[in-house]
Design a protein around this ligand. Structure first.
Ligand code: URA
Length: 434
């Protein structure tokens, strides 16, 4: 097989065979195929698109390029959840204990944050002492014993995707649906779940800005999973504003504890109830969403899920006393309110920009090597549809970077659009692919 023939075939719009895709992915990962040939092929794929079969074949080739987690030692159906990223998305910390407390095991592999999106690993590291890099035996034993555990994503998961994604990034081929779908699903499949719930975010804080684009991506991802016998469903959810109020690691952990204590922002509660209910439904092979939703709400109301979170943190060596005493978490040295400069209703938010402001304050990383400040971030005080008067607080900034305060404040003021007429708020769930 010659790479040049495979490139020419795709250039001419002909479907590639599984062996050809496997040959290129393997060769590129091993460094035997140069960047310029891979770049040419990716551009041909970008322009001529891929069929479902080609997308599945690419997914499997990338999943097979590194370690595949074997979760067969965990009893029960392992259901994973994946969000396509967003601002203030702290659902894993809330959902994992709920789902585990209802008897469905959660063996969660999570990443760190980059750019304006956060990562569960950074958030959980707010608990001093927590070990998010246990060996596989300990991870599996924790899931079997407690019901849920989180492990940091290692470099050995789908290394082909890592290399191809980095190349796509610099040659203008990130935005192809088959390439995005296979990139995300290759990592999910290598993570070993039996079933997957996808949360595909739509809006100003999401990768996909329109419902139409998000639907196409969600369909491509569910097609891949279902084709491979891994039951996959997708919920398309609104990310026109941050999820909940808190953005930034310790701030988000505190808000998660609030939700598990029966308090917290409405949109975050509803999002977590929804995702947890679908995960339990898949884990039990059940059809009765309404019944399961009642059980999920009861686990929160009765404090059972909160107790499960403590067990999870403790089992991984973290200081679980903070769950009972969130006031003992470290706090940022400076807080400042951003206040409204005009009266009216909050109409829109540039959510990505709000995420960038949080990053500027220290909550996120611009580059992979950057250190984060766990205490930094933003707490939004108003949501879309709320009314504000001049001088009322829109958001509170938390930081140790005095020099970035003004810039972050200006970004927030520019991001929050205030109008005289009340905007209609979009529903949280925009569509479902079940
Ligand atoms: N996230 C991924 O993991 N891959 C993509 O291609 C885009 C977003």
């Amino acid at each position: 097989m010659r790479v040049v023939d495979i490139i020419a075939k795709k250039r001419d719009g002909v479907e590639l065979a599984n062996e050809e895709i496997g040959f290129v992915v393997e060769g590129y990962t091993k460094g035997e195929i140069p960047d310029y040939q891979m770049a040419a092929l990716l551009m041909a794929i970008y322009l001529n698109k891929m069929s479902t079969q080609e997308t599945v074949d690419l997914t499997m080739a990338m999943a097979a390029s590194g370690d595949r987690f074997d979760l067969s030692q965990i009893s029960g159906i392992k259901v994973d959840k994946h969000s396509t990223g967003g601002v203030g998305d702290k659902t894993t910390m809330i959902i994992a204990p709920i789902v585990a407390s209802l008897g469905v095991p959660v063996a969660k592999m999570s990443g760190r944050g980059l750019g304006f999106t956060g990562g569960t690993v950074d958030k959980l590291e707010s608990f001093p002492g927590i070990d998010l890099k246990p060996n596989m035996e300990t991870f599996i034993s924790n899931v079997n014993r407690i019901g849920a555990s989180v492990i940091a994503q290692s470099g050995e998961i789908a290394p082909a995707d890592k290399k191809i994604y980095a190349l796509r990034d610099v040659i203008g081929t990130v935005g192809n649906i088959s390439l995005i779908a296979s990139s995300i699903m290759s990592k999910k499949i290598a993570s070993g779940a039996d079933k997957i719930v996808l949360d595909v975010k739509v809006g100003s804080g999401a990768f996909m800005q329109t419902l139409e684009d998000a639907r196409v991506l969600a369909k491509a991802m569910t097609d891949i999973g279902n084709h491979l016998g891994i039951k996959t469903i997708a919920l398309l959810t609104n990310m026109d504003e941050p999820l909940g109020n808190a953005i930034g690691n310790i701030l988000e952990v505190k808000e998660s504890i609030e939700v598990l204590s029966g308090e917290g922002p409405e949109d975050l509660i509803e999002m977590c109830v929804l995702l947890a209910s679908y995960m339990v439904m898949l884990g039990r092979n059940s059809e009765s969403y309404a019944e399961i939703e009642k059980e999920v709400r009861a686990q929160i109301r009765d404090g059972i899920a909160l107790k499960k979170l403590k067990e999870m943190i403790e089992a991984q060596g973290g200081d679980a006393s903070l769950v009972d005493h969130p006031e003992h978490f470290k706090v940022a040295g400076l807080t400042s309110d951003v206040v409204a400069e005009r009266e009216g209703y909050i109409a829109t938010m540039k959510t990505n920009d709000i995420g960038k402001a949080a990053m500027l304050l220290g909550a996120g990383r611009e580059k992979k090597e950057d250190e984060i400040d766990p205490t930094a971030g933003i707490v939004m005080r108003r949501k879309i549809g709320d009314f504000v008067k001049v001088g009322e607080t829109l958001a509170t900034l938390h930081t140790n970077r005095e020099d970035k305060r003004k810039e972050a404040m200006d970004i927030i003021l520019d991001s929050v659009e205030i109008r005289q007429e009340k905007a209609t708020k979009k529903p949280l769930v925009l569509d479902k692919i079940l």
